[in-house]
Design a protein around this ligand. Structure first.
Ligand code: AMP
Ligand code: MG
Length: 331
């Protein structure tokens, strides 16, 4: 039963060794990545992989990303690998790009949610990479949250969501990117971005020398890529800067929390004396906004407002991952 654990928060000396020992025993352990915290288990061990699904309450047909120590492990998990996969690995690994390939025959369908494809990446967080390199295996690791909740970007958030349900959490500080990896499908006829992430469409197109598709319709994509996802407990609404400017006086009377980024709205909040506990200021920079988004939503949730209102972010390519998550959080 996934409820019966005394979850340890592993930190300091020996913490990596302790995490490795638990993984070797077939336990699921939350590890920091540079994107979000992942709930890891030995991808070749069906019982261990099932612990991920149980702890998260994740539907069995939602595929997992398998994390590998380096590009030489690709052949252990995938077959008919196109050359472009190696080129992209050279450019972006270790890093926040997951590549979708044909799965190797021996890979368990429990890992791929019953699909014949597999998503693979080499993560950049030094602790995760150390665990992978020393164990020399593949670790399946979806985000370390209960199904549909926010992905955690600090260890405290993992403990709050999965405490009692998993063996341990390895403390690795706040995640650098704060948003899940970009997923690039190399199996479809034309490469397509299944999930926007820290590696942008533009970067991929430059690397590949041609355009890539970005399916707009989530239903077109895969199980697990559902529209209502990455959600705080509090209902979330997106308002444009102009709408916020117009409504700010009336919002003062309500039990809502504003998340804003533009100078105009920040100035306005100050001018109307919006109570400091009722608004948060994120950076006007896609990477920094992404880094802070989930942890801000997590903290705001704990203050129990009746609504979170987020200022609509800019709409350029650099902000695609942020806009994807904000729109799903409000779905
Ligand atoms: P998470 O790591 O929690 O963000 O979940 C992994 C997500 O990666 C899944 O929900 C899918 O959207 C995607 N994914 C993983 N493996 C595959 C696959 N074989 N085919 C398509 N999408 C995948
Ligand atoms: Mg997830």
């Amino acid at each position: 039963m996934s409820q019966n654990y005394q979850t340890s928060l592993l930190s300091g000396e020996n913490s990596v060794t302790q995490a490795m020992e638990l993984l070797q025993k077939g336990e699921a352990v939350a590890l920091p990545t540079e994107t979000v915290y992942g709930l890891a288990a030995d991808a070749s061990d069906i019982i261990a992989v099932n612990k991920i699904f149980e702890a998260k309450g994740r539907p069995k047909n939602h595929p997992l990303i398998v994390h590998i120590p380096d590009v030489s492990h690709l052949e252990n998990w995938a077959k008919t690998i196109p050359n472009i996969a190696y080129d992209l690995a050279t450019l972006f690994w270790p890093g926040p790009l997951s590549i979708l390939l044909q799965k190797a025959d021996h890979v368990h369908y429990e890992v791929t949610g019953g699909l014949d494809t597999i998503a693979l990446r080499v993560p950049a967080h030094p602790l995760f990479l150390e665990v992978l390199t020393k164990l020399n295996i593949g670790l399946a690791a979806p985000s370390a949250n209960r199904y549909k909740q926010l992905s955690p970007t600090i260890a405290e958030q993992v403990m709050q969501g999965l405490g009692g349900r998993i063996a341990a959490v390895l403390e690795g500080g706040p995640c650098q990117h704060g948003l899940e990896s970009t997923i690039l499908d190399l199996v479809s006829e034309k490469p397509r971005v299944l999930r926007a992430g820290p590696v942008t469409q533009q970067q991929l197109e430059t690397a590949m020398g041609h355009s890539v598709d970005t399916p707009k319709n989530h239903a077109e994509a895969v199980p697990g890529n559902i529209e209502a996802h990455y959600q705080p407990s509090t209902p979330l609404r997106i308002l444009s800067s102009a709408q916020l400017l117009e409504k700010i006086d009336s919002l003062l009377q309500k039990n809502c929390h504003l998340i804003v980024w533009s100078d105009t709205i920040i100035e306005r909040c100050k001018k109307v004396n919006f109570p400091v506990s009722k608004w948060s200021n994120l950076e006007n920079d896609a990477a920094l906004f992404g880094r802070d988004l989930y942890v801000t939503l997590y903290r705001v949730d704990q203050t129990f407002p009746s609504q979170i209102i987020i200022e609509k972010p800019p709409q350029s390519d650099a902000w695609a991952a942020v806009n994807d998550r904000v729109s799903r959080a409000s779905a």
